[in-house]
Design a protein. Sequence first.
Length: 121
Amino acid sequence: MNPALAASTLEAKQCVPCEGGVAKYSQAEATAQIAALPAWRLSQDGTRIRRDWQLKSFRDGIRLINTIGALAEREQHHPDLHLENYRDVRVEIYTHAIGGLSENDFILAAKIDTVAPPSRN
């Protein structure tokens, strides 16, 4: 089992390219790691993490998506980005190549936390 890392430790790391061949986090590993990122939620099946925002305007939603997109491009780890109801942003992260969670997902989530506004309740 991978030991859970603090958010500050995750945020200091860089995502590494993954083309598969990396073991997915188990449900227990994902549950332990998500504790360091309280704004994020683990999917019921333990294969994705998610964070939601309700922003003031459509423009704020687009700005957040663009900010996260630029960060994801620098990290070369790309989340699923959603804008709904003109101002509700949802981000889902998982490692597509393995169909589950890897350390990269938690690294990216920690980095998103540094550039994003507080989440909606």
